[in-house]
Design a protein around this ligand. Structure first.
Ligand SMILES: Nc1ncnc2c1ncn2[C@@H]1O[C@H](COP(=O)(O)OP(=O)(O)OP(=O)(O)O)[C@@H](O)[C@H]1O
Ligand SMILES: [Mg+2]
Length: 303
């Protein structure tokens, strides 16, 4: 595999629904073997972006190019809403996926993927007799049998239990290490963080971050941010005292961005002087999930 071989290039991509919602001005590039996490709160535009890239929605502006080595028939998509052939049993639903994509050993691949997504024993079942999570797995399996170059999965872990979610993402990661480019939207941030190497954060239809997972985590983990865990929320009187002098980012737990080391001991002294017991003090090192939660909380509280 050639390192950094371009797979997908998105330039100034936009799509708008009639009511004006949509996505605006997306720019990013993916290479062979990239595992992209598309994240953002519900309604931010993840599905719209994926559907626009795939041409399900007709783009209003922009360019989409795929790498020269990509065979267009080797692009797979698992949509957020289930697409199942209701008249076929579980095995045949998945087997159809393998036949469509012309893989060399469709039966073997189908059986392997059935095992992978935990549907062993359900091969002869009708889709109508399955639970929501099992249906979701049938749909995913139809894509996983296809031996694609690019896989788009919109909320693949929805309705899956933690074990199957981890297995699925582990499998995707192993495909990525073999050169498959995976684009996965999900609210499952803890799980995604373990597997993706790139992050695309969407807010209100706009691309607010695109880059490596490491850069994303680093850019939101300021060196000078401290978390002071306290047992009870701080009363207003003490809050205004602190707020006037220090850059307080959050109140419970107390998160502060300091200008010098001295400030942290000053803040601790204020707390102690007001009989506020301190549980712990640590430098802030946030996970992907905490970054998104904090960001949202700060916007809500206007701090
Ligand atoms: N068919 C449609 N017509 C009009 N507006 C739509 C349509 N589909 C989605 N939208 C709007 O576009 C915005 C983005 O929706 P989208 O489905 O892309 O969000 P999402 O990030 O995938 O959300 P979720 O996490 O809930 O799946 C939302 O404001 C939504 O209400
Ligand atoms: Mg969606």
């Amino acid at each position: 595999m050639t390192v950094n071989e371009l797979t997908l290039k998105i330039e100034n991509l936009s799509y708008f629904y009639e009511n004006g919602d949509g996505i605006n001005g997306f720019n990013f590039e993916l290479n062979k073997g990239d595992f992209l996490a598309v994240i953002g709160i519900s309604g931010s535009g993840k599905t719209t972006l994926i559907n626009t890239i795939l041409g399900i929605l007709k783009k209003k502006t922009g360019n989409i190019s795929i790498g020269d080595h990509i065979d267009i028939s080797k692009i797979s998509f698992s949509p957020q809403n289930q697409a199942i052939d209701w008249y076929l049993n579980v095995f045949d639903n998945i087997y159809m996926g393998a036949l469509f994509s012309n893989v060399s050993n469709p039966k073997e691949i189908t059986n392997n993927v059935i095992e992978l997504v935990g549907l062993k024993g359900k091969e002869a079942s009708d889709p109508t007799d399955l639970s929501g999570g099992q249906l979701q797995r049938v749909q995913l399996a139809r894509q996983l049998v296809s031996e694609s170059d690019i896989l788009f999965l919109d909320e693949p872990t929805n309705g899956l239990d933690v074990i199957i979610s981890e297995q699925l993402l582990t499998h995707l990661k192993s495909l990525a290490t073999k050169g498959v480019t995976c684009i996965v939207s999900s609210h499952d941030l803890d799980v995604l963080e373990k597997f993706c190497n790139k992050v695309l954060l969407i807010e209100e239809g706009k691309q607010v971050f695109y880059g490596s997972l490491d850069d994303f985590i680093a850019s939101y983990n300021e060196e000078n941010e401290f978390i002071i865990e306290i047992y009870n929320p701080i009363e207003e009187k003490v809050k205004s005292l602190l707020q006037n002098k220090y850059n307080i980012l959050e109140w419970f737990p107390l998160v502060v961005s300091i200008e010098n080391e001295k400030q942290i001991s000053e803040i601790l002294k204020v707390l102690i002087d007001h009989d506020i017991p301190i549980q712990s003090l640590r430098k802030d090192k946030k996970t992907l999930k905490e970054i998104i939660l904090d960001d949202h909380r700060r916007k809500e509280n206007n701090v």
